[in-house]
Design a protein around this ligand. Structure first.
Ligand code: NAP
Length: 276
């Protein structure tokens, strides 16, 4: 048991990525777990999302448990100009790591989704990541060390029916991250994109309408997803798919049986949500 705990312990270079990290999308799921694991590694945290009460609770728990400092910013990252609120809130903090984890969008047939909803998904899944990276990258480059973590998705780059718009935003993030990884490497800033497969969070249950018990593969826990992500960041990788089975799936994603399976899964979700 002790051996397993040590293996899972988060090791992060505090000199490069600390003393402060900012985690956006920190109120639930994968972002919340990033906050927990970074706090356990001793980094101070700025926590961002819309649900301020959840962030306050997380902030109190993490400060108490790991003896770190936390700051909360309740903010809608889909709104134009949100960066000026971030700018005001982070003044004077030496931030070495941006973890940009926010995401949104419901499964559904393209023809059933309103124009407004399609654009809203672009604002949160694509533009907000771009804005945050555009704001933080120059500071990280100036200090000569740091990191940027973004979130794509395991199979998104090939397109996924019934989440077509959402998957396309993830393909953007993956491509953007891979390119910036090379551009910012010479400045000792590691740009890393996490590419999760199905992971057990509110998103897949509430927004994607998935029934966990009847899924063909069990979704991964957030702890494993994030622990693998931080290990890959620490190893200066450009991207990582958590879970061996997910990595195998990605290799075969272009093949007809895997595409049929993915399509069937997402179509079922769209039917459950009455969006088909
Ligand atoms: N779970 C999976 O299977 C899976 C697979 C591949 C990729 N991903 C990606 O992983 C990321 C995290 O997802 P998750 O599964 O952890 O989902 P989650 O539990 O629903 O978390 C989503 C986070 O994004 C924040 N967010 C959403 N809209 C926002 C807005 N307008 N302004 C500010 N924050 C906003 C939410 O906070 P508030 O609601 O408090 O604002 C929440 O903290 C997403 O980008 C998702 O697409 C997830």
């Amino acid at each position: 048991m002790k051996k397993l705990e040590n293996k899972m312990k988060t090791i992060i270079d505090k000199n490069k990525y600390g003393p402060w990290a900012i985690v956006t999308g920190a109120s639930s799921g994968i972002g919340k777990e990033f906050a927990r694991q970074l706090a356990s590694a001793g980094l101070n945290l700025v926590l961002v999302a819309r649900r301020g009460a959840l962030l306050e609770e997380l902030s109190q728990n993490l400060s108490r448990e790991f003896k770190i400092q936390c700051k909360v910013i309740a903010l809608d990252l889909s709104k134009d100009g949100f960066v000026s609120d971030i700018d005001t809130a982070v003044k004077g903090l030496d931030i070495g790591l941006l973890v940009s984890m926010q995401g949104a969008g419901k499964a559904g047939a393209f023809l059933k989704i309103s124009h407004a909803e399609l654009r809203e998904v672009l604002s949160i899944n694509l533009i907000s990541h771009l804005e945050l990276v555009h704001y933080f990258a120059p500071t990280l480059v100036n200090r000569g060390r740091g990191g940027i973590v973004m979130v794509g998705a395991m199979g998104a780059s090939l397109g996924v029916p019934y989440i077509a718009n959402i998957a396309a935003t993830k393909a953007y993030v993956e491509s953007f991250g891979e390119a910036l990884h090379i551009e910012l490497k010479e400045h000792n800033v590691n740009v890393f994109t996490l590419l999760p497969g199905p992971t057990n969070t509110d998103l897949i249950v509430k927004e994607f309408g998935m029934e966990i018990d009847s899924m063909p593969m069990k979704p991964m826990s957030v702890d494993q997803c994030v622990a693998e992500g931080l290990k890959a960041l620490q190893a200066n990788q450009s991207s990582h798919i958590p879970g061996r089975l997910n990595r195998v799936m990605r290799k075969f994603m272009h093949t007809s049986p895997v595409r049929k399976l993915m399509t069937k899964m997402q179509r079922k979700s769209a039917i459950r949500l009455h969006r088909i």
